[in-house]
Design a binder for this molecule. Sequence first.
Ligand code: UVW
Length: 323
Amino acid sequence: MARIDFSKIPQFAQLPVKPDAPPDSNWGVFGDDDEIGCINFLTEEGVVEAARLVQKGKVFRLDTPINYASPPLFDREPVRHVKKSFESLGLLGYDDVLDSYNTQEGSQWDGLGHVGNLTARAFYNGTSNDEIKRGNKLGIHNWAARFVGRGVLIDAFRYRQESGRPVNPLRDERYSLADLKAALDAQQTTLKPGSILLVRTGWMGAYMAATADEKRAMAPLNKLKSCGIESSREVVAWLWDNRVAAIGTDCPAVEPWPWDFRDSGALHYRTLSLLGLPLGEQFVLDPLAADCADDKRYEFMLVSVPLHLVGGIASPPNAVAIK
Ligand code: UVW
């Protein structure tokens, strides 16, 4: 990992740093060839600091089981799991074969090749469509051994409930930036440079409590409704100025669903394409949140090992939070 001098990173108000870069983009801040965006905020020192947060040996898996959503959301295909037998070789044994595996069928990090900026017609750091389509630029493999650091949970769902303004996670309701800040204050937690931020919206718990018929009804892209974080310039300014390395949530799109693909103000564009900030979706956060509420510690070591898929667009997080 290269060293990063946090004091030299510009504030959001100073962006962009290149005259030809889109407004509100950090293109060029980590170098013209950079492919990992805000993951640059995860440093060796940060890993050592994060390891100090491990105090009681509790491990929380943050991924859903494969095929947890039945059917998968957004019309994505279910995974067909075949156990390939070696019987024909006279051997008692099997391999796994995952057929039609969409890396975004469940918990996932959206990589930087997932969506590009519609106005600039480019992906993070000016990467062309062709470099994504035919090459390996911005591939998820770049994160494969980098995604370790201090995790911070904001239990926004609990905060809104306790402050008498509960959110219905299965509606397209918004958590505002003020909600996130107030929840952090209520938890007496602070962001530090290089935090991997997890926000509990309550969606995963509500989805898991739904009946099979309700799940079937809400799965299609044009039927799903979900809560999420407000899509605003202020939100991304806050994330950038706090040097957040990635933001993961337990809802399907981080921002409320549906979001308008033509709206350049959507959080997907503001984060993935303009700032190189990874988005995490459909994470399992309820057991971690219960433990944080119990011991009042909302920070932990987070270890995520994305698929080593060269040129990959996204990946299950393969993540654990360790307290
Ligand atoms: C959408 O917003 C469609 O979801 P995802 O980020 O999983 O592609």
